[in-house]
Design a protein around this ligand. Structure first.
Ligand code: PSU
Ligand code: MN
Length: 292
């Protein structure tokens, strides 16, 4: 199964980024699947990184943040970058990988009516057939608007094991999720049915952050407003918005959002590994680690 790398290059601070990337890979292996962290290294679209490659990516400041628009140029110029949800989905599809775990997908930013800031992740979910396990869309976003756009694009938004939509650091957003599934086998079956119907896009599995590490929305909401106002005052725009808000919230929450982010990444990796195993089980000839 696939793992993204923008979370390593732009989402988490050094050295938590490397430590988390290693732990996330270990979670996947422990759950019986094979992790492939995806990134572009000196122009090579790399599906699965060695220990040394992972460390280099985590240590290098100022690498590119690659979405659909950036992937080909980064590769043709032999540069290095972390892949977002959109770019990781493209790479996973090319490699024949159908399940992918991340922290939180991008979405419609607050104030998008003026800024038009809507993540390319949403369009990608509409066209690339990969099941994306996340903890919902990041709570810094306009979640009702994000749900509306996903509905328009025909992307299934499926809460895992609960009725309400998770909101990244918070287990619930207070919004009802459009769909719900309760087991890896059900998620795998829905994924296969989309393929049988010839539907091109992916599905979003929104897996709530573990209760012990969640930061409730009541705590987060005022902090998000502060960080958002700072971003506007400092004219932060385009690719810089999400990394800025994530890092400011980690400071404003005194590390609580960082702890929640790490916890939800590990939790999503575990669920994605189980879904990958359930998918492999649907194909009797399909090899997976630990299977006879
Ligand atoms: N999940 C995390 N941290 C992150 C991301 C996801 O826990 O930093 C990244 C993903 O790569 C996602 C990106 O695609 O944030 C969204 O960026 P933008 O809003 O600029 O599209
Ligand atoms: Mn954006």
């Amino acid at each position: 199964m696939a793992l993204e790398s923008t979370v390593i290059t732009h989402g988490l601070p050094w050295p938590d980024n490397l430590e988390t990337a290693r732990r996330v890979e270990a979670e996947v292996r422990d759950a019986g699947a094979t992790p492939a962290t995806i990134a572009v290294l000196d122009g090579a679209l790399s599906i699965g990184l060695s220990e040394a490659q992972l460390e280099r990516l985590a240590r290098t400041p100022d690498v590119a943040k690659l979405s659909r628009a950036d992937l080909a140029i980064c590769m043709s110029q032999r540069r290095t970058g972390g892949t977002t949800v959109a770019a990781t989905m493209i790479a996973a599809r090319l490699a024949g990988i159908e399940v992918f775990a991340t922290g939180g997908i991008g979405g419609v930013h607050r104030g998008a009516g003026k800024s038009f800031d809507i993540s390319a992740d949403l369009q990608e979910l509409a066209q690339t057939r990969v099941t994306v396990i996340c903890a919902g869309a990041k709570a810094i976003l306009d979640l009702p608007a994000t749900l509306e756009v996903l509905e328009t694009l025909g992307v299934p938004v499926i809460a895992y094991g609960q009725d309400s939509l998770p909101a990244f650091w918070s287990a619930t957003s207070g919004l009802a999720a459009p769909l719900r599934l309760d087991s890896p086998a059900e998620i795998a079956a829905a994924h296969l049915m989309r393929a049988r119907l010839g539907l091109p896009g992916g599905q979003i599995i929104a897996n709530p952050v573990p209760a012990a590490d969640e930061v409730p929305l009541s705590v987060l909401t005022p902090l998000i407003e502060v960080a958002q106002a700072e971003a506007e005052a400092q004219n932060i725009s385009a690719k810089a918005v999400t990394p800025f808000l994530l890092s400011r919230l980690a400071q404003l929450s005194e590390g609580r959002t960082l702890t929640a982010n790490i916890s939800l990444l590990r939790n999503n990796a575990r669920l994605a590994a189980s879904v990958a195993c359930a998918l492999a089980d649907a194909f009797p000839g399909c090899k997976r680690p630990g299977r006879e």
